[in-house]
Design a protein around this ligand. Structure first.
Ligand code: GTP
Ligand code: MG
Length: 534
C-alpha cells in the first residue's frame, strides 16, 4: 500500500543538527525564553520521584492523551536519550565552522537553513469527502514545504479505513518511516492532516533521535509566520500559532533547562503547566492588542466608505494570480510570486476604468484545501473586507490540472464565510498557459465566464465591463438636484455611479443616474428637492 512519490533528492549530507529549527515550536520556544523568569521556579528544583529521573526522558509523559495500556506501548526499542544540551550546543558550534552550504536557501531575502523533510499522508476510505487524491494532496504539501524553505527528501502514504488514534498511521508504517528518515537524516516529518496532540507526541517518541513531527496546519502557520507583513497579520498569525501550540506543549521546558545550565532536575509535568500559564497570559494579551488594531482598521475603513466607491473583492485558491491581476489593473506593487500564500494582508487599490468610473479592488489571502477552520477563523476579521464588498470575483487558475478541485475548495470556504448573497463573478485566469486555449474559451463562453491573462493583459477590458455590469445590479436609480456649491457630490456620482442624464440649470445640476446605496442615502435631501419640484 506504500508508495514513495517524491523520492527525488538524495540525502547527500552528513547528519547535522539544524541551526534554524523549523516550525511553530521554534517560534514559541523563542517567545517563551523572552517571557520566562530568569531562574526556574523553586519547586522544579526539588527532586520528584517519578519525573526526576533522567531529566530529558520524562518529557510530556503525563501529557499523552490516548492513554494506551502499557502492554500496547509500541516503542519498546526506545531511542537512546538525546544528546545532553551542552554537547548539542557544542555540535552546533562545530556546524558553524563547517556549514552545509548547499542547504542554505534565500527565502524572502533571508538565508534559511533547509531542513530535510519527509512527508506522510493517509487516504481514509471512510472520508470520501476529499476532492483531492492522496498523491495530489501530497504534491501540494510538498509545494507548501518548499515554500516554507524545507528540503523534501521523500514521502509515503497509507490507505486506512480509520486513522490509528495513537499514531495516526499503523505501527508497521511507523517502523517503515523510521528507517527511511534515519537513512536520509531527516529532521522533520510532516503529516498531511491535522494530528491530535497525543498523536504528535507518540510519533515523535516512536521516531526518536530528535526528529520533529508536525502537520499541515503547523506548516501553513509557519509559512504565514514567515510572510506576515503588517502588524495585524503578524498578531493574527502569532495568536493562531499559540492557540495551536497550547494543547501540544511537551518540551518547552528545555529553554529553562538551557538557562540553568542543563542541570535542573524534576522538570516535567510541572514545567509544562508553568509554560502553559505563560502562554495563556500571552494569548489573552495578544487578543486584546489585536482587538485594538482591528478597531483602528474599522475606523479607517469607515472613513474610506464615506467616499462611497464600490468595493470588489478578489478571492481564489492560493497562486491563482490575484495579486498579479491587482498589480496589472492598478499598478500596485503587491508581492506576486509562484509561491503559496504570497499574500496575507488585504491590499486595496483604486481601479479607474476607461469610462471614468472607479471601483476599489481588494486582494485577499488565498485559500487552500484542508485549510484548518482555526485558520479561517483567525483570518475572519481580515476576510470581513470580503463580506462588505459589492461584488466578489472568484479568480481561478484554469491552467492548473486540479482547477475544478480548487474551485470546489474555495466555494467551500466561501460558504463558511456566509457571503453567498453578494453577487459573484467567476473569472478564469492564466488562459495564456492553457493547452487548448480555444476550447477553454468556448467552454467559458457557454458558462458565462470571463477568460483573462493577468500576465499579458488579455481580456481585462471585458473583465472591467463585466464588473461594471455586476456593480450596476447593486446600484439604485436616483434623480437629484445638485447645487453648484456641492460640486464634489456631482463628481462622486460620476465616479461611482452611472450617469444617464445631466441638465445644467441656473442654480445647479439635475442628474439622473444609478448610484451605490450609500451614496443614494447621502443624496436623500437633494433627491427630495427634485421630488418636490416635479
Ligand atoms: N502564465 C500566467 N501566469 C500567471 C498569470 N497570472 C499570474 N501568474 C503567475 O502565477 C503566480 C502566482 O501569482 P500571484 O499573483 O502571486 O497569485 P495569488 O493568487 O496572489 O497567490 P497568493 O497570494 O499566494 O494567494 C505568479 O508566478 C504569477 O506570475 C497569468 O495570467 N498567466
Ligand atoms: Mg497574492
Amino acid at each position: 500500500s506504500a508508495s514513495a512519490c517524491c523520492q527525488r533528492r538524495p540525502a547527500s549530507l552528513r547528519c547535522s543538527r539544524p541551526r534554524r529549527s523549523f516550525g511553530v515550536a521554534r517560534a514559541l520556544d523563542e517567545r517563551l525564553v523572552e517571557a520566562a523568569p530568569p531562574a526556574p521556579p523553586a519547586e522544579t528544583e526539588v527532586e520528584e520521584p517519578g519525573v526526576a529521573d533522567g531529566g530529558g526522558e520524562g518529557e510530556g509523559e503525563g501529557e499523552v492523551e490516548e492513554a494506551a495500556p502499557s502492554g500496547e506501548e509500541e516503542e519498546e526499542e526506545e531511542q537512546p536519550a538525546r544528546a545532553p544540551v551542552r554537547s548539542r550546543r557544542r555540535q552546533e558550534e562545530e556546524e558553524e565552522a563547517a556549514p552545509g552550504h548547499d542547504r542554505f536557501k534565500l527565502i524572502n531575502g533571508k538565508e534559511i537553513f533547509q531542513e530535510k523533510a519527509y512527508l506522510v499522508g493517509v487516504e481514509c476510505k471512510r472520508s470520501g469527502g476529499s476532492m483531492f487524491s492522496i498523491e495530489e494532496s501530497l504534491e501540494e504539501l510538498e509545494q507548501l514545504a518548499d515554500t516554507a524553505g524545507l528540503m523534501v527528501v521523500g514521502s509515503t502514504y497509507q490507505k486506512l479505513s480509520t486513522p490509528n488514534p495513537r499514531t495516526y498511521i499503523g505501527s508497521g508504517k511507523v517502523a517503515e518511516i523510521k528507517s527511511a528518515i534515519h537513512a536520509h537524516d531527516v529532521e522533520t516529518v510532516i503529516f498531511d492532516d491535522e494530528l491530535s496532540p497525543g498523536q504528535l507526541r507518540n510519533l515523535e517518541k516512536s521516531f526518536g533521535g530528535g526528529v520533529r513531527v508536525c502537520d499541515r496546519t503547523a506548516l501553513i502557520l509557519d509559512i504565514f509566520n514567515q510572510r506576515a507583513a503588517t502588524h495585524e497579520a503578524a498578531l493574527q498569525v502569532t495568536l493562531a500559532q499559540m492557540e495551536y501550540q497550547l494543547p501540544r506543549l511537551t518540551k518547552m521546558w528545555s529553554h529553562l533547562e538551557r538557562q540553568s545550565g542543563g542541570q535542573v532536575k524534576g522538570m516535567g509535568e510541572k514545567q509544562i503547566e508553568v509554560d502553559k500559564r505563560i502562554l495563556r497570559t500571552q494569548i489573552s494579551a495578544l487578543r486584546k492588542e489585536l482587538e485594538s488594531v482591528r478597531k483602528h482598521r474599522k475606523l479607517y475603513r469607515n472613513r474610506r466608505q464615506s467616499v462611497p466607491i464600490p468595493v470588489v473583492s478578489l478571492v481564489g485558491y492560493t497562486n491563482a494570480g490575484k495579486s498579479t491581476l491587482l498589480n496589472r489593473l492598478t499598478g500596485a506593487d503587491v508581492l506576486a510570486e509562484d509561491k503559496l500564500f504570497a499574500t496575507l494582508d488585504p491590499t486595496t487599490r483604486r481601479v479607474l476604468m476607461k469610462n471614468g468610473t472607479e471601483f476599489l479592488l481588494t486582494d485577499t489571502v488565498g485559500f487552500i484545501q484542508k485549510l484548518p477552520t482555526m485558520l479561517v477563523a483567525a483570518f475572519r476579521a481580515t476576510l470581513e473586507e470580503i463580506s462588505e464588498s459589492s461584488v466578489i470575483v472568484h479568480l481561478v487558475d484554469i491552467s492548473h490540472p486540479l482547477a475544478q478541485q480548487q474551485i470546489d475548495a474555495v466555494d467551500k470556504v466561501l460558504k463558511e464565510l456566509d457571503i453567498e448573497s453578494i453577487p459573484k463573478l467567476v473569472v478564469w485566469n492564466k488562459i495564456d498557459n492553457t493547452d487548448d486555449t480555444l476550447r477553454v474559451k468556448e467552454e467559458a463562453e457557454k458558462q458565462g465566464i470571463i477568460c483573462i491573462s493577468a500576465i499579458n493583459g488579455d481580456g481585462l477590458e471585458e473583465f472591467c465591463n463585466a464588473i461594471q455590469a455586476k456593480l450596476k445590479d447593486s446600484l439604485v436609480p436616483i434623480e437629484a438636484f445638485v447645487p453648484y456649491d456641492k460640486g464634489e457630490l456631482l463628481s462622486d456620482i460620476h465616479k461611482v455611479g452611472m450617469v444617464e442624464k445631466t441638465e445644467y440649470m441656473e442654480n445647479g445640476t439635475f442628474v439622473k443616474a444609478h448610484v451605490p446605496l450609500p451614496l443614494a442615502r447621502l443624496l436623500t435631501p437633494l433627491r427630495q428637492q427634485v421630488a418636490a419640484v416635479s
